[in-house]
Design a protein around this ligand. Structure first.
Ligand SMILES: *Cc1c(COP(=O)(O)O)cnc(C)c1O
Length: 497
């Protein structure tokens, strides 16, 4: 299997190269040249597999330049029941006869990013070796919260790597700050930046774009890399859990193999729902993919009209991981939906860069409409949905999952579709405990993080995740703040250490 760019036909690379470089040299994203196909018989057999076994099967179809042993190593290091506090890794929770919640948040940082970031470091280390690189990798991340912590947990103590995370000093929640400041591992560094998220991100981009810094790092034995969400190595592991959720429905007798289901995904950068699209294109029996957004509803408008327009107010919501106006992974969908028309994709992306806007051809719009539906809701509706789900099912969901549930309810009301539906649940409710408690709790809400955790435990009956419970007693290991123009000196210090 070879990978090509979404913006030209100049590059054709193996998956290891795509994972190592992250982005194609022409600025496009790497996509598989052909989407592998699975038959009904093959899919039916998935019902007997554990999560790691299924992961090996799916990954081996895409990462064809990795040996079976290499993939086994990667999977077995990533998806363990210790790290995921769950035998199933991604359990499916039945709400009623139609709706099933796919819990993707049992990993070490309590958000679905763990599903990919626990395995990406292992892909990357092997990719580096396979492409003949003898330097170690230095991963630099600018984060507004979730990604930084998930990347730290993924890379900690992974041989031949170092990771340094920069976060805005007053731009992350208290619990996120604690999670990062107490990070363990022998190869990690966490620095707060005196500025906002944009300052941190600009600072990191400046390092990546500076040839002198790359040379200095190289002299110290390091090559830069990133773990950001457009890397193919982050997308491909996400395909696995859609097959897994289908297999769980077959196994429990909810459906017969071959019956169609719908999938709803709370969407930001369009990575998670794109993985569901790949699963469908591979032959998984999926009818509609329902894209759920919060008040930053660029994608809802795009899917309904064919016009992508990011020229609108950025809204800060209680589902912050979906506060995004440019959904980078949409570029991959455009490539596939246009029949691999890279010239057209390039045109759309140029228009997006120049005017913040593009509109797709009727044919592409029709193809998208035949697969995707979309909807959105605001913060008040999000809280209302958390409350209703709690009261009706005794089940507590986080704010992101609630957006998906809300959009699903509207879809069912409008269409009376009735198909069994998998709702992707992207965060543990403990991670957004304040908003969740405001939705389900009549009484006054306490201020302190640990009081919030205790109260949510009392109300929801959910086990407090070990990683959050343990924070209280952890030693603050990182408390350096740097100026927004001084990121490189921190990186250099870290590399010479
Ligand atoms: C990142 C994230 C999302 C959005 O996922 P995309 O792949 O960017 O669409 C949704 N919910 C949570 C909790 C997240 O962390």
């Amino acid at each position: 299997m070879k990978y090509v760019s979404t913006r030209s036909d100049k590059y054709k690379v193996e998956s290891a190269e795509a994972i190592k470089t992250g982005i194609a040299p022409d600025g496009g994203l790497f996509v598989p040249e052909e989407i592998p196909q699975l038959s009904l018989d093959e899919i039916e057999k998935f019902a007997n597999l554990s999560y790691p076994e299924l992961a090996k099967k799916i990954l081996s179809l895409y990462l064809t330049d990795y040996t079976e042993e290499e993939l086994s190593d990667c999977v077995n290091s990533a998806y363990t029941s210790e790290k995921f506090e769950s035998e199933a890794i991604a359990p499916l929770h039945k709400l009623d006869d139609k709706a099933f919640v796919l819990e993707l948040w049992h990993g070490p940082t309590c958000a679905f990013k763990d599903m990919a970031l626990q395995i990406l470091p292992h892909f990357l280390v092997k990719a580096i070796k396979k492409t003949g690189e003898d330097r170690d990798v230095i991963i630099l991340v600018a984060t507004s919260g979730d990604t930084g912590k998930a990347a730290l947990e993924g890379f900690k103590d992974v041989k031949n790597t170092k990771i340094q995370v920069f976060y805005p000093v007053s731009g992350v929640s208290k619990i996120q700050k604690l999670q990062m400041a107490t990070q363990d591992g022998s190869n990690v560094s966490v620095i707060s930046v005196d500025g906002n998220f944009d300052d941190a991100q600009t600072g990191v981009k400046k390092i990546f774009g500076n040839a002198d810094y790359a040379k200095e790092a190289s002299d110290l034995g390091y090559v830069f890399s990133s773990a950001n969400s457009i890397n193919w190595g982050r997308l491909v592991p996400q395909i696995v859990y859609y097959f897994y959720s289908y297999a769980s429905l077959v196994k429990t007798g909810e459906i017969k193999c071959g019956d169609k289901i719908n999938i709803v995904v709370p969407t930001g950068n369009f990575g998670n729902i794109l993985a569901a699209y790949y699963a469908k294109e591979m032959g998984l029996f999926v009818d509609k993919l329902i894209c759920a957004s919060n008040q930053n509803n660029v994608l809802t408008d795009f899917i309904k009209t064919g016009v992508y327009d990011k020229n609108r107010k950025f809204e800060t919501t209680i589902s912050p991981s979906m506060d995004i106006l440019i959904s980078s992974n949409l570029e991959r969908l455009l490539f596939h939906m246009s029949g691999k028309n890279f010239n057209l994709v390039k045109e759309y992306m140029a228009s997006l860069a120049a005017s913040g806007k593009y509109s797709v051809d009727k044919e592409i719009f029709d193809s998208i409409s035949s697969v995707f539906c979309a909807g959105y809701c605001d913060d008040a509706q999000t809280k209302q949905t958390i409350k209703e789900t709690y009261e009706k099912y005794g089940y507590t969901i986080d704010t992101h999952t609630a957006v998906a549930k809300n959009v699903y309810d509207k879809y069912e009301k409008d269409t009376s579709d009735g198909k069994k539906t998998v709702i992707a649940s992207t965060a543990n409710p403990y991670k957004f405990n304040k908003a969740v408690l405001e939705a389900i709790c009549e009484d006054a809400i306490p201020d302190g993080e640990f009081e919030l955790i205790d109260l949510l435990h009392e109300k929801s009956g959910l086990n407090v995740p070990k990683s959050l419970a343990g924070l209280k007693n952890k030693f603050i290991r990182f408390n350096t703040t740097c100026g927004k123009d001084n990121l490189w000196s921190e990186t250099k210090k870290f590399l010479t250490k």
